[in-house]
Design a binder for this molecule. Structure first.
Ligand SMILES: [Zn+2]
Length: 421
């Protein structure tokens, strides 16, 4: 698994050559095992950064190091000059003072904050990164620009942000120029046909794209490598049910790959029994966690397995904020295995690096998931109802709305398509 990760140790941003190259390598890897594998392309809006800078003009001239907030929109080449107003984490009460100003915001905006910044008439936005995270390179969701408008933005480190917050009466010049274009991203879909119940399907998913400054090793090349390792096992020992191993693209840009898959495969989805999602892992230090988005019987089952195996999983029902969400909204039970905190703290920064990835941890991840997957894929009768509780679906819908600006009509498209009577 580590070998596969080493060969994909480069940024894989959705819609770039890096992502395409990774997709082709994963495809080749699967085909070399004799597995039926295809690339499924979809379009997305992507941005090529051209210029970005942040200069404090008064009270004292100072250039602040920054990174672009991708897809946020462009200023004129000369930038925008305006007073800087601290809006904390973006409460409407704070954001209302940002009219014609450069808003200094803690964190990357969520949908609601983006809407407020537009409503208030902010000219630009400076996002303060989390402490110890250095200078991340984040992007906003393309759907926000269509729905609410552009506000060109950059990101600064927590240390610089804190310093700026403590100064009064700042004015600054912010430059953010990017070229937005339509690009292609791909899902890599590999199918190991079931031997006796091929019409019933389990999906094993992970995402292989990364954010811009990062080689995305914990998040989520590790999950992809584990999925490909599991695929290797089932290529040699096919199960009764069909297993589709999918490396999703565009997760970091708003779950684009998994949404594309769920929206465009209504007939297949009727036959999918479960999604096993592997997202973030492999770190030297961390906490193994499972998010069960299904009925209580699945939760109990996983808890029993955890006791039998001594996995020490932290098991809960809250939906994970990843590719499980479109599946959950389509009514498909989803279980996400991930390894949180520890070295995974560095995800979405340049420090999400292979040096923190531990081969034994990857192997343990695969060994812990494999028996569960094999049981479900070989069970005479699938052990669980095809159900997701209303509460879980509501939580998943809220997550998607908060982070990707999806509207109700968009969520509607993910719902299972009923056969006409
Ligand atoms: Zn991820």
């Amino acid at each position: 698994m580590l070998e596969l990760m080493k060969s994909l140790d480069f940024p894989r941003v959705a819609g770039t050559d890096g992502e395409k190259k990774a997709a082709e390598m994963l495809l080749r890897e699967a085909r070399a095992l004799g597995i039926d594998a295809v690339l499924d392309a979809y379009e997305l809006k992507a941005a090529v950064p051209e210029a970005h800078s942040l200069r404090i003009l008064s009270p004292e001239d100072e250039v602040i190091e920054c990174t672009p907030l991708s897809l946020s929109g462009s200023t004129p080449e000369s930038g925008v000059e305006a007073p800087v107003v601290f809006v904390d984490a973006g409460a409407p009460k704070d954001v209302q003072h940002a009219k014609d100003c450069i808003a200094l915001l803690y964190g990357t905006p969520k949908t609601r904050v983006w809407e407020e910044l537009n409503r208030a008439g902010a000219k630009a936005v400076v996002c303060i990164a989390e402490p110890e995270k250095g200078l991340p390179h984040d992007s906003i969701d393309v759907r926000w620009i269509e729905q609410y408008g552009s506000i060109p933005g950059v990101m600064v480190s927590f240390k610089d942000g804190l310093r700026l917050v403590r100064q009064n009466g700042l004015t600054a010049r912010l430059v953010h120029v990017e070229r937005q274009h339509t690009a292609q991203s791909h899902n890599v879909i590999c199918t190991v046909q079931g031997t006796s119940r091929p019409e019933e399907v389990i999906v094993v998913g992970a995402h292989y794209d990364s954010v811009r400054v990062s080689c995305g090793m914990h998040d989520d090349l590790a999950g992809t490598a584990v999925a490909w390792e599991l695929m290797r096992h089932f290529a040699d020992h096919p199960a009764s049910r069909t297993i589709k191993f999918i490396a999703f693209g565009g997760e970091e840009e708003g779950l684009l790959g998994s949404i594309h898959f769920v929206e465009n495969n209504p007939d297949l989805l009727k036959r999918v029994k479960m999604l096993v999602n592997l997202d973030v892992g492999g770190g030297i230090i961390g906490r193994d966690t499972v998010s069960v988005n299904a009925t209580d019987e699945v939760l109990t089952y996983i808890e029993q397995y955890d006791k039998e195996q001594g996995t020490g999983w932290d098991i809960g029902q809250r939906p994970y904020g990843g590719d499980n969400i479109p599946f959950v909204l389509a009514g498909i039970p989803a279980i996400t295995f991930f390894r949180s905190s520890g070295t995974a703290f560095y995800i979405h920064t340049k420090h999400d690096s292979i040096k923190w990835i531990d081969e034994n941890r990857l192997a343990r991840w695969a060994h812990m998931v494999l028996p569960l997957l094999a049981r479900w894929a070989n069970a005479y009768e699938f052990p669980f109802k095809l159900e997701v509780s209303d509460t879980t679906q509501k939580q998943a819908a809220k997550l998607l709305k908060d982070f990707s600006g999806a509207k109700d009509e968009h969520l509607e498209r993910l719902k299972p398509k009923k056969k006409a009577d």
